[in-house]
Design a protein around this ligand. Structure first.
Ligand code: UDP
Ligand code: MG
Length: 331
């Protein structure tokens, strides 16, 4: 018989015979060589004031610059663990790699460019002490963004939340503090196409928003251009909505109903006014319009099918090429 004061779950919590730190910081970094040392220094400085034990996990998401080396060099005296992914898998996967490697009783996700002020950590920890399992940052405003981007973001989140079972807040950031049990649930989800902002909402738990003002990037430039955002948006839509698949039944019914009415109208018109000159323009418009609508609907189907395809293939979401120091990462 095993003599242990720890239950199975407690033991798995202390996997690797390491006592869990109070806090893990997960920092995805892609080509952040000019930021990473300063980011590590600031997290270390701030965390020492707030908690007794912590770890910083930098996930180098296949950077082509010196991000990994610079992180290593910044490690002196800092409880730092590094993961280098085998190529660029994208921010969501980098976050997952960090979450899976994290051991803390709570985890903070943080961008590597210091856009999110660390001074909010204190409030986040206070809310955690009050019993919240998730404390997430929301942008207090988007004044730095163009009108068009703000409008598109608003429309995107409205469409995303249409019929969605969990609320996905529009201005939430990845910057958040999550209890270990929330992190565990996120890690247990089997899907590979990950839209983290949706998944945070989907797993639920007691959550609290903290409004923050974003600072400008410390150095370098944003990795998310219009193309990147569109791709990200598509992942979100296909992961969290099914209405784009369903509306085609309604559209089809609407068009069929209109066609029947139009057909009746043609019969009545022919009976009253006799045979007209054939309406080639009406025909051309109808054929083109219907062709377009059918192609759009097939395109939407294709998007969802593509997601199903990647899920079915079952490839891992990311591959860890190197860790420092060497650690075991579940995939
Ligand atoms: N990032 C990443 N992989 C990528 C793109 C970005 O790990 O493929 C990281 C990046 O290093 C940063 C965070 O994700 O720490 C946010 O990226 P960025 O600042 O470029 O985006 P923005 O703040 O403009 O949304
Ligand atoms: Mg940024």
């Amino acid at each position: 018989m095993r003599i242990s004061r720890l239950s199975e779950t407690d033991e798995s919590l202390f996997a690797g015979h390491q006592i869990r730190p109070e806090l893990s910081f997960v920092v995805p970094a892609f080509n952040e060589e000019n930021n990473i040392a300063e980011t590590i220094r600031r997290i270390d400085q701030e965390a020492r004031k707030l908690v007794g034990s912590f770890e910083i996990i930098i996930v180098d998401d296949g950077s082509s610059d010196q991000t990994f080396q610079k992180s290593k060099d910044a490690g002196g005296g800092v409880p730092l663990r590094l993961l280098r992914l085998s190529r660029n898998f994208g921010k969501e996967q980098a976050i997952m790699a960090g979450l899976e490697a994290s051991k803390g009783m709570a985890v903070v996700i943080l961008d590597a460019d210091l856009q999110e002020p660390l001074c909010h950590l204190r409030v986040m920890l206070q809310h955690r002490a009050e019993g919240y399992d998730v404390v997430y940052a929301v942008r207090a405003h988007r004044n730095d963004e163009s009108m068009l981007k703000r409008l598109l973001t608003r429309i995107f989140y409205k469409l995303l939340n249409l019929g969605s079972e969990a609320d996905i807040p529009a201005d939430a950031r990845d910057f958040r503090l999550m209890d270990r049990k929330v992190v565990q649930e996120l890690c247990n989800l089997p899907e590979r196409n990950r839209f983290m902002k949706g998944l945070y909402g989907w797993v639920g738990f007691r959550s609290k928003a903290v409004p923050i003002e974003l600072e400008p990037r410390n150095a370098g430039k944003s990795s998310f251009g219009l193309g990147g955002l569109l791709k990200h948006g598509l992942t979100g839509m296909t992961s969290f909505t099914s209405w784009p698949l369903r509306i085609w039944t309604l559209i089809g019914l609407g068009i069929a109903a209109l066609s029947i009415i139009y057909g009746f109208w043609i019969i009545v018109k022919t009976m009253i006014f006799g045979v007209d000159v054939p309406g080639w323009s009406t025909l051309a418009v109808a054929v083109l319009l219907l062709g377009g609508i059918q192609l759009i609907s097939i395109g939407v189907l294709g998007e969802y099918l593509a997601r199903v395809f990647t899920e079915v293939k079952g490839r891992p979401g990311f591959i860890v090429a190197e860790t420092h120091p060497r650690i075991q990462v579940q995939q």
